[in-house]
Write a protein that binds this ligand. Structure first.
Ligand code: SF4
Ligand code: SF4
Length: 188
């Protein structure tokens, strides 16, 4: 394995004072403040309720329809076009999850299912949203494209139990995802 030594950059004498960096930061803040006062801040038209165009009156106002495609919200399970569970309860996401927010109890497919002998599905699948840090590692690691971070972000509850999304809720949030899934690929 190649080892790359990264040299620590040498700071000049004035850089040791950190003053240039501080003034640079203040300059950026000032630039944004002026932009805001002139009503030119990003998204100003959509958040103009304050008069200055910077304050969003949440929850009356939301930015939901402006969230980018890649926005990482609540993780959820998805089914395929035929309503079948994509998840094979391999537990990779459970192992990779940094704050251990995922708990899976693997299960079998029903015996009359043609795939019953070769594939599995989770019997229980919980994600504790108090622990979840929305990192997206579960989505990255999943070999079946069964778990995705959706655009929902407003997860609330009045108890710890309410903040745990069980399998039913996860499928409700996740919905249907189209496309070939390895699990159902007869050529696999
Ligand atoms: S998004 Fe990150 S923290 Fe949340 S369940 Fe997935 S792996 Fe765990
Ligand atoms: S969601 Fe994906 S990674 Fe997690 S158990 Fe199911 S198939 Fe495995």
């Amino acid at each position: 394995m190649a080892i790359v030594k990264v040299k620590r950059p040498k700071l000049r004498w004035y850089e040791h004072l950190y003053l240039p960096a501080i003034f640079k930061g203040l300059g950026i803040t000032l630039k944004h403040a002026i932009k805001t006062l002139r009503g030119k801040a990003p998204g100003a038209e959509n958040m103009a309720s304050s008069g200055l165009g910077v304050t969003m009156q949440y929850p009356e106002q939301k930015w939901d329809n402006q969230l980018p495609e890649y926005y990482r919200g609540v993780p959820a399970l998805v089914t395929d076009e035929q309503g079948r569970e994509r998840c094979v309860s391999c537990q990779l996401c459970e192992f990779i999850c940094p704050p251990r927010a995922i708990t899976i109890l693997p299960g079998e497919l029903q015996s009359d299912d043609p795939w019953a002998k070769v594939e599995k599905a989770p019997r229980e699948f919980d994600i504790d949203m108090i622990r979840c840090i929305y990192c997206g590692m579960c989505e990255e690691v999943c070999p079946e494209q069964a778990i995705f971070l959706r655009q929902d972000y407003a997860m609330t509850g009045s108890s710890r139990e309410e903040m745990v999304n069980d399998k039913g809720r996860l499928y409700e949030i996740g919905g249907v995802r189209e496309g070939l899934v390895n699990k159902w690929n007869e050529l696999k």
